[in-house]
Write a protein of this length. Sequence first.
Length: 393
Amino acid sequence: MRQALPAAALVVVLTACSAGRPVAREPAPDASRPPTPALSATATATPSGAVAPAALPAKLEFTEIAQFDQPVAFAVRAGDDALYVAEQGGRLRSLKDGRQTVVVDLSGEVSGGNEQGLLGVAFHPTGKWLYLDWTDAQGDTHVTEWAFDGVKVSGRREVLTQDQPYANHNGGQLAFGPDGYLYIAFGDGGSGGDPHGNGQNLGTWLGKILRVDPRGEPYTVPKDNPFVGRAGAKPEIWAYGLRNPWRFTFDKQTGDLWMGDVGQDAWEEVDHEPKGRGGRNYGWNGFEGARPFDTEVKAADATKPVITYPLHEGGNCSVIAGYVYRGAEIPGLKGRFLYGDFCAGWVKAAPADNPAKGVEVGRVEQLSSFGQGHDGELYALSLQGPLYQVKAP
């Protein structure tokens, strides 16, 4: 039975345009497989003397540790044991020793509801600066920096902005990679079917993941970005051909990039990129998942997703990419990629070296994002409010 979803929540945020979906439709245009890392599981001796990985738990426990108001993103900061949670309504809160503190309040500036609001958070590897991705009253995207000493923010500064043609497909994920650069996700600009062809157009940030050094004026472009010096291409682009990469993550051990890209009519997908392999085309809107979408769009060089699943089975609507587990508390989960679906609520674990072989290990209603602590242990966020810690049964 399909769940009734709140109209003011991130429901449309994560959904795609499809008849029969259990969520609001997207606005009309005029509305305002590469090799992957081997598993590193804790080993146990078999009777024959061979070494076998620890068994994956049949079910994981999702233990509620706090309540927030529509939490959508999670981060930790170097030298700090607090957890940081971004609420779609515009507030960034810290959680420490059971106590919540508002760190930044943009609630009077962000656009509300649907696929807008405060969408992403990241801390500089030094811990000295805080970055938020949010949409303003006109629906345009800002990436904004503050100096942060662990108590208060100061020195607000705009890093970059992007005009948004529609109210959906804003992306919003921020994360620092193992190279120390800031990666920024942008959806294709919205509506349905990418009417402006942004996914395959290297002349726009829309439908891309960017890579920049945000400590420039206002930022600098790394010299080894794949499109630096190419005529007609934005030098900030790291990856392209994406529809709505709501969440992406880096593997703490290998540095590989895992991206969940929300589909259009039929397929959700997860893409995998080995460390440092920028410049890849992930196919949208020539492809949706591994299947052709717009046959007039040339995307012959597209990298195929490593995970796809159909939208019209079991209430599926929007993929939520998580992390490859590198913690110590759940030995059987080591080296496995955790991901889920917002509407259906299932969470699956897949071997990083064979990601198509995912198995269900739990459920989180209205799963909006995952988080990772300094120790590699994982968290899950529900748009209904709970922050869960992922534990062994």
